[in-house]
Design a protein around this ligand. Structure first.
Ligand code: UDX
Length: 438
């Protein structure tokens, strides 16, 4: 089926995954990026991000000729029927998304577009952006459609190929349906809406999930104090189909490139329109509290003061399965510990370089293996849910680590395993069981 060429502008997580996956569905896809070196590397089949399955998907696309990479937005957009804008929309500093990149690109490519072209916003953009883009392009023969993505880092390829739904919104219903058609082979239901609804759906979905996580984290804090167990509570809640069992795992708070930015942006959108929405503020205040609580546990485990105390950190990324450190709750907790004078040694399976030098991060000495991170430490803290952390040799950890406490911020280790290796475990979301360490 030839529906016309697809241009993808911007090859970050969303653009690259979307481009490679659309090519795998048989579409002709040209991805454009401003970074010439990155374009050259991707053309050789090199994947710039850690994303399971993306390398094979890209290799197949390059080999079949369905997927190509070019330098610049104009080169990709010229002659395309669909132009997917997958550009960064960072926090502008005041809680509002900064749309300068989107508008610059649209102004640049607008005059070059073929008649009948459809501009598709995949970037998360504030309500009204489709309308603004329509005005910037100022062409009656070009439609604008909002088509938000719901990809999770680490499972983006699987999410793309097995979507729960496809959302398309536009004032031009025929254009919206044409965009939905691109995904027809995936068999997901399409939700066809106005542009405004579609734009708001993305924010609403992310803020709702963040709220769900803040809720379970607060239930976890309560469970610790009343002698309950958050995992059991999540089980009991999750079977209720109206609640659902996903996103009920407690931890050191939520983070990543979307939830913090989108929750704040939605709060700003509400405030800008004079709509009171106190749940949003409570959602991120609760998240800060989750990080405070974990730092409190580490301080208590260290005997009341962190000044000069060596702490081992397992996990730095914002979740397992990604090398992304953006708004990582692990780093947020680390920052709190560093501010009180802790000496931090960190290990993360996806981070090999020193984050301090590389990314202007707190004083963490990043080491290449988990045992080196534990060497000389008074307390070991598990911050990211990498499965490997539940499988490591705690006896070996005990040999290199003088301290005898593990603060498990992700529920990776059980009390018996810790005790057998001579550790006491400080869990999250339930009281500590006082097993006498071996
Ligand atoms: C999120 C949305 O899920 C996705 O739909 C959107 O397109 C982009 O933002 P992502 O940023 O990849 O995806 O992260 P996600 O997997 O949703 O996790 C977000 C945070 O919540 C992480 O810090 C994670 O560790 C935390 N989390 C998630 C929990 O603490 N407990 C859970 O049960 C689930």
């Amino acid at each position: 089926m030839s529906v016309g060429r697809i241009a993808v502008i911007g090859t970050g997580y969303v653009g690259l995954t979307s481009g490679a996956c659309l090519a795998s569905l048989g579409h002709q896809v040209v991805c454009g990026d401003v970074d010439a070196a990155k374009v050259a590397a991707m053309s050789r089949g090199e994947v710039p991000i850690l994303e399971p399955g993306l390398d094979e998907m890209m290799a197949r696309g390059l080999q079949s000729g369905n997927l190509t990479f070019v330098h610049g937005a104009a080169a990709a957009a010229a002659g395309a029927r669909y132009i997917l804008l997958c550009l960064p929309t960072p926090d502008g500093g005041d809680g509002r998304a900064d749309l300068r990149i989107v508008h610059d690109v649209v102004a640049q490519i607008g005059p070059l577009l073929d008649p009948g072209a459809i501009l598709v916003t995949k970037s998360t953009v504030p309500v009204g952006t489709a309308q603004d883009i329509t005005e910037t392009v100022d062409r009656a023969d070009v439609a604008v459609v909002s088509n938000p993505e719901f990809l999770q880092e680490g499972t983006a390829v699987r999410n793309f190929m097995n979507p729960d739904r496809i959302v398309v919104g536009s004032t031009d219903r025929a254009a919206a349906l044409a965009v939905a058609e691109l995904y027809r082979d995936l068999g997901a239901p399409s939700v066809v809406t106005s542009a405004e609804s579609s734009e708001l759906i993305k924010y609403a979905a992310n803020a709702f999930l963040a709220m769900k996580l803040s809720f379970i984290n607060s239930i976890g804090a309560l469970a610790e104090t009343v002698g309950a167990d958050v995992a059991e509570i999540a089980d009991g809640m999750g079977f209720d189909e109206r609640i659902g069992s996903k996103f009920l795992r407690t931890g050191p708070g939520w983070g990543g490139s979307c939830f913090p930015k989108d929750t704040k942006a939605l709060a700003t959108i509400a405030a800008d329109h004079h709509v009171s929405f106190p749940l949003l503020e409570a959602t991120y205040v609760s998240n800060d509290q989750a990080q405070d609580r974990l730092a409190d546990k580490v301080r208590a485990a260290a005997g009341g003061s962190l000044c000069g105390v060596r702490i081992a950190l397992w996990g730095l990324t914002f979740k397992a399965g990604t090398d992304d450190l953006r708004d990582s709750p692990a780093l947020a907790v680390a920052l709190r510990l560093a501010a009180e004078g802790a000496v931090l040694q960190g290990f993360d399976p996806a981070i090999s370089k020193d984050v301090t030098a590389a990314r202007d991060r707190p004083e963490i000495t990043v080491v290449p293996d988990p045992y080196t991170a534990a060497a000389g430490a008074a307390v070991l803290v598990i911050l990211t849910e990498w499965p490997v952390f539940g499988e490591l040799d705690l006896l070996e950890v005990g040999r290199v680590m003088p301290g005898r406490v593990i603060v498990d911020g992700r529920g990776m280790i059980d009390d018996e395993t810790a005790a057998a290796a001579g550790f006491s475990l400080v869990p999250i979301g339930r009281p500590a069981h006082h097993i006498v360490p071996a």
